[in-house]
Design a protein around this ligand. Structure first.
Ligand code: SF4
Ligand code: SF4
Length: 358
């Protein structure tokens, strides 16, 4: 039996109640033969649950989309109750849920609180920036949800997509989030479409963003009001000798299982396309899925072989980025990192020293 298994589940497939112009999953879904599947059936959910419980002692279920809440609260109540019924003594299960935060009311907040979910809420920093890419009025709705979650004591963090519109607005974004008590922040550089198309974030813009955000983050550390920034926290941890917890910073892909609503399994959220389909949970066991991942050399071919990285002074921290952000020219944000690291390296070491036990 394995010690630990994480399953990412997309119960509503790519369906969403927003139409964000930069949505990577809609783009991914459009690059496979069946774009959208109907909401996950009980049969598929039960196969995921039963096979996962049989495979691993501890489990983590992460619900994503599209917008997973479109599967409806009863889907999740049933899912959680079946898992809790079947997990034996001494085994642990944890839950995570990534949502656009639109239309989730107090009942959802109570459910998340009752079962100890960690919820990631997408919010692009301010209402104006949010509405710009996600639709008029969507930011207001997210803030309402954040209000419910705060009131119920739900454990949540904020995920903001960084575009060139965020650049030069770092102070406004940072003040808005911290001013609303949102101290767990993750900023995701907007990803390019799979087959090319409009780019929402330039390498220069991302460098400016990272530098400005780092200044704010470091000041908050020095003022003893630390704010969590997932990227910076990982860099500090890496300098202190820990492996990054974020797979996109490891320089090589790790083992993931992503379940689409029809039970199809893929090796990564970014690669839910026909060529990367590992199998289907209704008919395949984990050994078969693993064998197919090895067969397509998904992990092996992700290790960083970019020209120039071997001799780069920032290789130990950059590692060539996530495979999905690489193209024929190398890592899309290579020049970003070459500008960013010299600007922050001394301060990163300073923070790492402060948090390392003597
Ligand atoms: S492509 Fe990126 S996100 Fe996906 S497994 Fe590899 S490193 Fe992780
Ligand atoms: S900064 Fe560029 S050259 Fe250096 S490790 Fe990163 S991708 Fe490679």
């Amino acid at each position: 039996m394995r010690e630990h298994l994480t399953m990412m589940i997309k119960p509503a497939s790519a369906a969403c109640n927003l139409a964000c112009d930069y949505c990577f999953y809609l783009d991914t879904a459009r690059n496979r033969s069946v774009h959208h599947h109907p909401v996950m059936s009980d049969e598929v959910a039960d196969a995921i649950i039963d096979k996962s419980i049989a495979l691993s002692r501890d489990l983590r279920f992460v619900f994503q989309g599209g917008e997973p809440s479109l599967a409806g609260l009863p889907f999740f109540e049933r899912f959680v109750s079946r898992v809790e019924e079947r997990m034996g003594e001494g085994r642990r299960v944890s839950w995570a849920f990534q949502t656009n935060g639109v239309g989730l009311d107090r009942r959802w907040a109570e459910f998340f609180k009752a079962h100890g979910f960690l919820v990631g809420i997408s919010f692009d920093g301010t209402r104006r920036l949010h509405d710009l890419h996600r639709g008029e009025g969507s930011g207001r709705s997210v803030l309402d949800t954040i209000g419910f979650f705060t009131k119920e004591g739900v454990d949540f963090n904020i995920l903001s997509v960084v575009t060139d519109d965020t650049v030069d607005n770092e102070k406004i974004v940072y003040s808005f989030l911290t001013g609303h008590g949102l101290h767990y922040q993750q900023y995701i550089p907007c990803i390019d479409p799979m087959q090319g198309g409009e780019r929402f974030l330039s390498a220069e813009g991302y460098e400016r963003f990272l530098k400005a955000m780092f200044d704010l983050w470091f000041d908050s550390f020095m003022n003893q009001t630390p704010v969590s920034n997932r990227f910076f926290d990982n860099l500090v941890g890496m300098i202190a000798g820990y492996p990054p917890e974020s797979c996109d910073m490891a320089g090589i892909c790790s083992v993931h299982y992503v379940a689409e609503a029809n039970g199809d399994i893929y090796p990564c959220d970014f690669y839910c396309t026909d060529g990367y389909r590992l199998g289907n949970i209704l008919v395949d066991g984990f050994p078969t899925l693993d064998e197919r991942r090895r067969g397509m050399r998904f992990i092996e071919e992700s290790s960083n072989t970019i020209d120039g990285c071997e001799t780069c002074p920032w290789k130990h921290l950059c590692r060539g980025g996530c495979k999905r952000y690489r193209n024929d020219d190398g890592y899309r944000f290579c020049s970003t990192m070459k500008g960013f690291f010299p600007y922050v390296i001394e301060r990163l070491h300073y923070v790492a020293k402060q948090i390392t036990p003597p």
